[in-house]
Design a binder for this molecule. Structure first.
Ligand code: DHB
Ligand code: FE
Length: 288
């Protein structure tokens, strides 16, 4: 059977992608940020998954205000990096896993979570920046990502957004779906976005280090309590885009301890300010 062996959490600031694409990672501004991912890149090589289930949000790239799915699963064979206004990032096309994605859609919908099935979709920085951070620079033509990726898009852009608790429960349903797939696959689930940031309005530039780190502690060690936080806490304390953090609770909900298994091992944890206008948080949890 397939198993979720680890979860990864990381911010997805688009400027991080630009820094990699323009070869600026060793500049003084960026060097401390990329140092925090050196461990993670080695860890990815040492713990290479067969599939990454990547929870992210689309930023009005694939979905406009015309159609706003709350939860959307990508079932296509491939997903092209999107043109976000400056051309597509020069990174490889993302290969999907249509068979496992369709199985997860079947299972999760039958567990009463209403997913939108997306058979054609471009993927923006919400998905490609975490891949670049974890896997390193890749030539768009000569290289490929290390494994297939199932994109899972969550609406955290246009209200109403799903609650942390809904996301946490959805993660548990995704774990059950993966474990009912009859091939031996090692699956990682990634939660992306956050941490504190607000990109517009009177509080643009807001960063809240204390809140971010307390939230990260609770997300790791007491996720059920973390899931009870109302969305207004995120917006008030972590800024309007801080709400992206509810996506981390999908990945956390998929870990074994939420179903009576052992607590995960914290393989890595990192926090850095600033990257553009955003606080960057990152963690790796392993099922033991
Ligand atoms: C920015 C955009 C994002 O989507 C995000 O999560 C963080 C930062 C930005 O434009 O700087
Ligand atoms: Fe974002």
């Amino acid at each position: 059977m397939a198993r979720i062996t680890a979860s990864v959490y990381t911010s997805h600031v688009p400027a991080i992608g630009v820094a990699m694409d323009l070869g600026k990672t060793q500049e003084p501004y960026w060097q401390p940020l990329f140092k925090g991912y050196e461990f993670s890149r080695q860890w990815m090589r040492d713990n290479r998954p067969d599939v990454v289930f990547l929870v992210y949000n689309d930023h009005a790239t694939a979905f406009s205000l015309d159609i706003i799915p709350t939860f959307a699963i990508g079932t296509a064979a491939e997903f092209k990096p999107a043109d976000e206004g400056w051309g597509a990032r020069p990174v490889p096309v993302v290969k999907g896993h249509p068979e496992l994605a369709s199985h997860i859609a079947q299972s999760v919908i039958q567990q009463d979570f209403d997913l939108t099935i997306v058979n054609k979709m471009d993927v923006d920085h919400g998905l490609t920046v975490p891949l670049s951070l974890m896997c390193g620079e890749r030539d768009p033509v000569k290289d490929a990502w290390p494994c297939p990726v199932i994109p899972f898009a969550v609406n955290v852009v246009q209200y109403p957004v799903p609650s942390g608790n809904r996301c946490f429960q959805l993660g548990q349903a995704i774990r059950r779906a993966v474990e009912s797939y009859d091939q031996d696959l090692k699956v990682h689930i990634w939660g992306t976005g956050g941490m504190s940031h607000q990109l517009q309005g009177a509080r643009a530039g807001l960063i809240n280090r204390d809140w971010d780190n307390a939230w990260l502690d609770q997300m790791i060690h007491d996720p059920a309590a973390c899931a009870q936080r109302p969305h207004i806490d995120y917006v008030r304390e972590a800024g309007s885009e801080g709400i992206e953090l509810v996506m981390w609770l999908i990945a956390r909900g998929a870990m074994a301890d939420t179903a009576g298994g052992p607590k995960p091992r914290v393989a890595h944890r990192f926090y850095h300010v600033p990257a553009s206008n955003t606080a960057v948080g990152h963690a790796i949890l392993e099922n033991t």
